[in-house]
Unconditional design. Structure first.
Length: 261
């Protein structure tokens, strides 16, 4: 969804949202609930929280933990406050982690950063910001699209992505400040839906799709598109997190802040 400040944020359930993007965002928060369930993680910051739906999801799941959603976008934070401001264990703040200031030297037990780092030109400064808001030994979970498979899952360039990463690049970038523990790939594990999505969205199949659609009347095309969308909408169970990263559409790094930093 394109907002007035020209950044894109996903709102689950919005009929205009691209289904795989929607599903990939939601399942990252569902997956992150596993690691942060540990009692050691009492305070969690979501860096780049957008409209706040991920923070709200986790805050409801873990009422004894405190959550802060931070985003540079005033429009996104305002929407998050309007929608989820009644949650007693969540708050939302406007913050640019590439700037010098942080959350008043706050030290969180865990930080989430989902689909943010690829939007930032000076991503090293962003990683420095993540380091500053975590306590020594704090947990970082960082997710971003996989540059290697970009054109397998999309036929258009995302104009808001400044730098996309391979698994090795992401691990090295975060490894400058953190101890990388795991690198996982985010996959479509439902093979039927994976093949259908690639057929419909891969750049390689774009000429064939265009030629086929030109032979159909507009009304018939719309009926077919609506039916196919219903048949191939993604569920959480269609998305998996696996050690194999080469064919993944997304990357997830689990890391720890060094005790001496």
């Amino acid at each position: 969804m394109l907002h007035e400040d020209h950044d894109i944020r996903i709102i689950p359930g919005n009929p205009g949202a691209w289904d795989l993007v929607d599903a990939s965002h939601v399942t990252r928060y569902e997956w992150a609930a596993g690691p942060i369930r540990d009692v050691a993680f009492r305070s969690i910051v979501d860096a780049g929280c957008g409209t706040g739906y991920g923070v709200a999801r986790l805050a409801r799941l873990f009422p004894s933990k405190s959550f802060v959603g931070a985003d540079y976008s005033e429009a996104g934070v305002a929407l998050a406050r309007d929608t989820y401001g009644s949650l007693p264990n969540a708050r939302f703040v406007v913050l640019d982690l590439t700037a010098a200031e942080t959350l008043e030297l706050a030290r969180f037990d865990a930080a989430l950063s989902f689909d943010v780092i690829e939007h930032i030109a000076d991503y090293d400064r962003y990683v420095d910001g993540l380091d500053r808001v975590l306590r020594p030994g704090g947990l970082l979970i960082c997710a971003t699209p996989n540059r290697v498979t970009r054109w397998d899952y999309s036929d258009v360039e995302n104009p808001y992505h400044v730098h996309e990463f391979t698994a090795d690049e992401l691990a090295a970038t975060l490894g400058r400040r953190f101890v990388v523990e795991r690198v996982l790939g985010q996959h479509i594990v439902n093979e039927r839906k994976r093949l259908y999505h690639i057929e419909q969205h891969s750049r390689a199949t774009l000429p064939l799709r265009d030629a086929a659609r030109r032979t159909l009347a507009r009304r018939l095309r719309r009926r077919i598109d609506r039916r196919l969308l219903r048949l191939h909408r993604f569920k959480s169970s269609d998305i998996g997190f696996l050690p194999e990263v080469g064919s993944a559409f997304g990357l997830v790094v689990v890391a720890r802040k060094r005790d001496d930093s």
